[in-house]
Design a protein around this ligand. Structure first.
Ligand SMILES: Cc1cc2nc3c(=O)[nH]c(=O)nc-3n(C[C@H](O)[C@H](O)[C@H](O)COP(=O)(O)OP(=O)(O)OC[C@H]3O[C@@H](n4cnc5c(N)ncnc54)[C@H](O)[C@@H]3O)c2cc1C
Length: 263
């Protein structure tokens, strides 16, 4: 039996972030008679977006206003979380298991997902994500590799057998035929099967995910992934995500802490 392709680490790609349409912001400020010097906010467009949304509520644009960091801190402390929903980032995650994405997609509010289809895409060369707890236990890793190799072989064999069945041969549309066969055969694939997912979320939603998943109570694989996401978001928006402290856990992952829980 062929050795399976094993993934040991997830990969996080930041695919999308927002821009501010400065001419339009200027046009709004001028027409409404405000002079707001927001130029020092420029390195962080999503934070400028959040601040603009918040300031609109009280028409608090103008000279002598609080700095960006004071403003966002106040949003977090006063739990004015709805304005955080205006800032959005999109990621592609690869090297993650189907069990991880099953947990990820439970986060509904403010999130959008697009995941690799096991019905349309052939899994005959699928990779498998080694559970973090097995890493560093060579004997157990080898046993697990043999087990997933067997699962994959069963999947491939089932696809081949079913493709030859007369009722499937009778389906002229090849895509349709393959889809029907794969949707049955994928029942042989384990939770560890690698998948890819595009996940877009707003700042409030990502904060909820960080708090629930970069946690000692969360499953190790999603904790490892979301810690990586948190690191990216802290760089992207240091005022919105900079209140998290990350403390190491015995398994080499981290746990996030903040006083501003569930903003
Ligand atoms: C350690 C851990 C263990 C878990 N174990 C299990 C388990 O054993 N079984 C299981 O089924 N799930 C389990 N879950 C998943 C969990 O129950 C949630 O489904 C998941 O964490 C998403 O959280 P959420 O609802 O806050 O996120 P979101 O769906 O993104 O919601 C964000 C927030 O919006 C509000 N909200 C969203 N939808 C509604 C609504 N319909 N009505 C009112 N308010 C809403 C809530 O305030 C919510 O916290 C576990 C999660 C963790 C972190």
């Amino acid at each position: 039996m062929e050795r399976p392709l094993v993934v040991r680490e997830p990969e996080v790609y930041l695919i999308s972030r927002q821009v501010v349409v400065q001419e339009e912001l200027e046009r709004f400020l001028q027409r409404e008679g405000f002079s707001w010097d927001y130029r020092d906010r420029q390195p962080w467009p999503p934070e400028l977006i959040v601040e603009s949304a918040g300031r609109l509520c009280y028409l608090s644009f103008g000279a002598g206003r609080s700095s960006l960091s004071e403003y966002v801190r106040n949003i977090l402390e006063s739990r004015h979380g709805s304005v955080l929903e205006h800032a959005v980032w999109g990621f592609i995650f690869t090297g993650v298991s189907r069990s991880l994405t099953h947990e990820l997609v439970r986060h509904r509010a403010g999130m959008a997902y697009s995941q690799l289809s096991q019905r349309f895409v052939d899994e005959g060369r699928a990779k498998f994500v080694l559970p973090p707890a097995l890493q560093g236990h060579p004997e157990e890793e080898q046993r697990w590799e043999r087990e997933v190799a067997e699962d994959l072989a069963n999947y491939v064999a089932r696809v081949e057998r079913m493709m030859a069945w007369p009722e499937f041969q009778a389906i002229k549309n090849r895509t349709e035929r393959r889809k029907m066969v794969r949707e049955a055969a994928r029942a042989n694939l384990p939770n560890a099967t690698e998948t890819m997912i595009f996940a877009t979320g707003n700042a409030r939603a990502w904060r909820n995910i960080i708090e629930l998943r970069v946690s000692g109570h969360a499953e190790a694989e999603i904790r490892r992934l979301q810690y990586k996401v948190a690191q990216v978001l802290v760089r992207e928006a240091p005022h919105i995500f900079g209140d998290y402290q990350f403390t190491p856990l015995p398994d080499g992952t981290y746990e996030a802490h903040t006083e501003n829980v569930k903003v």
